[in-house]
Design a binder for this molecule. Structure first.
Ligand SMILES: Cc1cc2nc3c(=O)[nH]c(=O)nc-3n(C[C@H](O)[C@H](O)[C@H](O)COP(=O)(O)OP(=O)(O)OC[C@H]3O[C@@H](n4cnc5c(N)ncnc54)[C@H](O)[C@@H]3O)c2cc1C
Length: 370
């Protein structure tokens, strides 16, 4: 049986235990009680309900991977590194050059969203838009210009799921969410909760982004100064072939090995085992694809339909990823799982967190290590 908890349990087990990934799920539907400051949830006032939605929805209090896979995909994974998927893993890009210009890689995520909004298949998409100095904020996009304004990767964390709370509050009926693995896990917990109904059946599509880690904003700012620039000067960030790359507004390109960025990583990312956004309807990343293209893993029927329709509408072009390129994706997924496995074990023992609800004999299959 799943353990229940309240807002105080959440503070003790997750927030003050270094596990909060700042995904925005806990406060998304309880804005009266929870807000976010300095990249952590702040309790505005104590909620006196015994069983809190915040605790129930948090992806770090418990997560039942195979239960989610059965419910969403209709079966469980055979690929322990990339999770459940169907068909071929593909490489794709937006056909519209304007979309690609705004985008991080092939612009697939933005092209899919624009196509869905223009076809009336969704009425809102929750994306992440940069506010001042690269601080990402959840944003409810309802038209092409909104989607393009929020395109591109922000390597610091955004409480995106709280944008779903905004979209539902504003009355949208067919909502898509773009998020990192932690956002997707949080949103799946909201959708599958038996204790709390917040209208999550109106969230029809989850697009996941591959993720090795996110950076703590303050540490990133300091690192940029070390690298001879500043956050105000940054035009675009990128991570390619083992390097963290900063493109400045003055046209400079500053490269540093990604391993030297480890001290900027958010603490909670040390306990994450999900690289490929394993519980999304479809997942998108850059690894495996040529420059200017994106790698796409289709997982659910919903995801499969959306990719098919975007191709039929001419919004994206695509081809199958070669075995060698798929290996690159697996290699990076395996690297993250292996790197974090020891941290997960260490943390699990003394304080009994993560609580992945995986049968012990299936843990190896789930984490992708033998
Ligand atoms: C923190 C982070 C780490 C990543 N790590 C890897 C990696 O290790 N390997 C890899 O192959 N790919 C990684 N990616 C994915 C990659 O950078 C691209 O996002 C992906 O290839 C999609 O490109 P695109 O051109 O199709 O997306 P775009 O068309 O540019 O759309 C990107 C979408 O993602 C949203 N978004 C941007 N940043 C965030 C954020 N922080 N939180 C939630 N939503 C966001 C945007 O609002 C936009 O809707 C990472 C992305 C992020 C944000």
């Amino acid at each position: 049986m799943k353990r229940k908890g309240n807002i105080m349990d959440l503070e003790r087990e997750v927030i003050y235990n270094g596990l909060c990934c700042y995904c925005g799920t806990c406060g998304a539907f309880c804005k009266e009680y929870i807000t976010y400051e300095n990249e952590i949830p702040i309790t505005k006032k104590k909620c006196h309900e015994i069983y809190g939605a915040c605790y129930d929805f948090c992806p770090r209090t418990s997560f039942a991977p195979f239960e989610v896979e059965r419910a969403v995909f209709g079966g469980i994974r055979t690929d322990n590194l990339l999770g459940y998927y169907q068909g071929d893993i593909i490489t794709a890009r937006a056909t519209d050059e304007a979309v690609r210009e705004h985008a991080q890689d092939g612009g697939v995520v933005s092209a899919l969203l624009v196509n869905l909004l223009e076809q009336g298949e969704i009425d809102a998409a929750v994306v992440s838009k940069t506010a001042e100095n690269w601080t990402p904020e959840p944003f409810v996009a309802t038209k092409r210009e909104d989607v393009l304004a929020a395109a591109g990767s922000k390597y610091t964390q955004c409480p995106s799921v709280s944008g779903v709370g905004d979209a539902l509050e504003q009355g949208y009926k067919n909502v898509a969410l773009v998020g990192l693995p932690c956002h997707i896990q949080g949103m799946r917990k909201v959708q599958m909760s038996t204790g709390f109904d917040v209208g999550a059946d109106r969230v029809k599509l989850l697009i996941g982004l591959f993720c090795s880690e996110t950076f703590d904003m303050h540490s990133l700012e300091n690192k940029l100064v070390e690298l001879g620039t500043s956050i105000e000067e940054v035009e675009k960030f990128n991570i390619k072939k083992g390097s963290f790359i900063v493109h400045t507004k003055a046209g400079e390109e500053i490269k540093t090995p990604i391993k030297l960025m480890r001290d900027c990583m958010r603490e909670a990312c040390n306990y994450c085992y999900d690289f490929a956004a394993e519980f999304a309807d479809l997942s998108v990343g850059s690894i495996g694809s040529e420059l200017g293209w994106s790698t796409v893993i289709t997982r659910s029927k919903v995801g499969e339909e959306i990719v098919k329709k975007a191709k039929a509408a001419g919004a994206i072009e695509m081809e199958k990823l070669s075995e060698e390129q798929v290996k690159e994706v697996r290699r990076l997924a395996s690297f993250k799982k292996r790197r974090n496995l020891k941290n997960i074990y260490d943390k699990t023992d003394p304080v009994r967190i993560l609580n992945m609800l995986v049968e012990p004999e299936m843990l190896e299959q789930f984490l992708g290590v033998k």
